[in-house]
Design a protein around this ligand. Sequence first.
Ligand code: ZN
Length: 193
Amino acid sequence: MPHPSTTAQPLRVRFGTLLGFDPARRQKLERAGSKLADVLNSVEFRDAVLAMRFDGKPGFADDRRNPSQVYAAVLAAKERFTARADGEVDLNVELRTLSPKHDDVVGFTRDGSDRVTTNVRFFDRFDSSEVAGHLAHEWLHTLGFHHGTRATPARAHSVPYALGELVERLAGRRHLTPLPRFRERRLAKVRRE
Ligand SMILES: [Zn+2]
């Protein structure tokens, strides 16, 4: 299967405005961000995204793009609020206590908002791989990916849910294979030193 061309640079995760983080939580967030970057730049992530199927066909629920197009959109990393595809995962995160009515929600990103809101109750309970999966899910919303509001079985196959789960699972691995292009760059760098 032909792979979509990869970007010349590995994706970076950049945190912008952070609200409600004390130093320990900030450290956990940074750890999750670095795991997220490792997953997005891995062969395992690429292959799993390109193999995604829904309803007996390659693809996802709630989106008509095929897996290659979805993967290309992830690599382009063009959030709705950034001017261009900068190859950077831009995340503004607000950590807070949600109202009792919404306390069973891990977090959310409102349409048109550049801010991810994370429920502190879940953040504290999650390990850094789970936080990475949560950040991926919400970041995919900022790229314009959606899912249904009702928890149907199909929803698990939407881009934010399917890829969020995938990121969480891969983030827990001890070893991930960097995409070949980046591996060559790394080797080239080592050789020059
Ligand atoms: Zn969502």
